[in-house]
Design a protein around this ligand. Structure first.
Ligand code: GRF
Length: 223
């Protein structure tokens, strides 16, 4: 019998993923073969279906239930204690539906990233797809960004755009955007794990290896 512990690459960065719900982004990250160790998945909801996905992948799961705390400060303190058990290099909000206190955000400055279902800075907040449809925009999308105390307004790492179709409902539009979320989120984390990202003096994200796509997305298509 081989009793040698599994070898761990100590140079690899480690990440902790925070979820609240279905966990489709979590699944995309777990299946992306990222160059990092996923130390734990933490949920603020005991019934988050994403927890099962983590367990299926053999990832440690923890619950920090927001409803057992009287206020945001006390919830965020327990969350921070739980995160710090794993000393992660990066904390990934993958559908984590809690607003974090400025103290929490400051504690993890430049180590906290989020995915948001709109082309920020447009449509920060909730119900992004319904609001985009109401406004009649022709292009919508998603954004991975660093988290700052200004909710949904931190430095942008990567965005994906989709065309809005005439017969779109919030659900159909959400599904197409979500598909793109599953593509750009692993890419952002790969860049961060490989130290390919830095912030310039103006606080904007710069990529070490910059490949700029030449193709515009025009919607609806021109004749
Ligand atoms: C995603 O659209 C994400 O952008 C938003 O919440 C949704 C979470 O979906 N913050 P899932 O739990 O990853 O399936």
């Amino acid at each position: 019998m081989n009793l040698k512990p599994e070898s761990v690459d100590v140079t690899m960065k480690s990440i902790v993923i925070l979820i609240s719900g279905l966990g489709s982004n979590l699944r995309a990250l777990l299946e992306a073969d990222l160059p990092c160790r996923i130390a734990a998945v933490i949920s603020n909801r005991v019934d988050a279906p994403g927890l099962e996905i983590a367990k299926q992948h053999g990832i440690t799961t923890r619950i920090v239930a927001h409803h057992s705390h009287p206020d945001r400060e006390s919830f965020d303190s327990e969350l921070a204690l739980c995160i710090d058990d794993y000393r992660p290099d990066l904390i990934v909000l993958a559908g984590f539906m809690r607003i974090l206190t400025p103290q929490f955000v400051a504690r993890y400055q430049n180590k906290l990233i989020n995915i948001h279902p709109s082309l920020l800075p447009a449509y920060s907040g909730l119900n992004t797809h319904a609001r985009a449809l109401r406004d009649g925009v022709k292009i919508h999308g998603c954004t991975v960004h660093f988290v700052t105390s200004d909710v949904d307004h931190g430095p942008i790492i990567i965005q994906a755009a989709v065309s809005v179709l005439v017969d779109d409902t919030p659900a159909t539009l959400a599904a197409r955007v979500l598909h793109q979320e599953h593509r750009i989120f692993p890419q952002a984390i790969r860049w961060l794990c490989n130290d390919d990202i830095r912030l310039n003096a103006g606080g904007k994200v710069l990529l070490r290896r910059l490949e700029q796509p030449g193709c515009p997305l025009i919607s609806p298509e021109m004749e």
